[in-house]
Design a protein around this ligand. Structure first.
Ligand SMILES: [Zn+2]
Ligand SMILES: [Zn+2]
Length: 157
């Protein structure tokens, strides 16, 4: 009888290099002519709204562009927020889950097998509250006769 001895769950982060982007300057504060204070909340400008003042046809992009201005939501005063450019960035986002399931045979301890789960299966295991039980369900579905899930399998080889 085959039992699961170990599952190895990893999620390799994906590296993303970019030229950079504009982020709201956290030090920027402006008070308009009516005494309303404006600042960034993260990258948002909750007290301002973007008002499109003109659209024009751009021959370079063969597309329409907009020009506009930021205005106070209360008094419509024009405000000029300040963004900082980050410069080149290296960021990491969660990548695909990778799950390997290791099994051994209770009668023949030398008989071991490793199951490499498909990406969708691995994601299901990664997201599951009980990863071992989910891994067992998947392996058992592939190999219904040979696999049994027993917690004691984790006690040792
Ligand atoms: Zn253009
Ligand atoms: Zn205002």
């Amino acid at each position: 009888m085959r039992v699961i001895t170990e599952i190895a769950v990893t999620q390799e982060p994906i590296r993303i290099d970019s030229m950079g982007r504009h982020v709201g300057d956290p030090r920027w504060i402006d008070v308009d002519s009516h005494g309303h204070e404006h600042r960034f909340d993260g990258n948002e400008l909750p007290t301002l709204e973007w008002v499109v003042t003109d659209t024009y046809w751009c021959g370079d992009c063969c597309d329409e562009h907009e020009t506009g201005e930021w205005r106070c939501r209360k008094c419509a005063a024009v405000v000029k927020p300040h963004w900082n450019f980050t410069g080149p960035l290296t960021e990491y986002i969660p990548g695909l889950s990778d799950v390997k399931v290791f099994t051994r045979d209770t009668e023949l301890p030398g008989l071991r097998a490793t199951y490499f789960l498909r990406f969708d299966e691995a994601d299901a295991v990664f997201a599951a509250g009980d990863r071992l039980a989910e891994a067992h369900k998947i392996v058992a579905a592939r190999d219904p006769d040979a696999t049994e899930y027993r917690d004691s399998a984790f006690a040792g080889p």
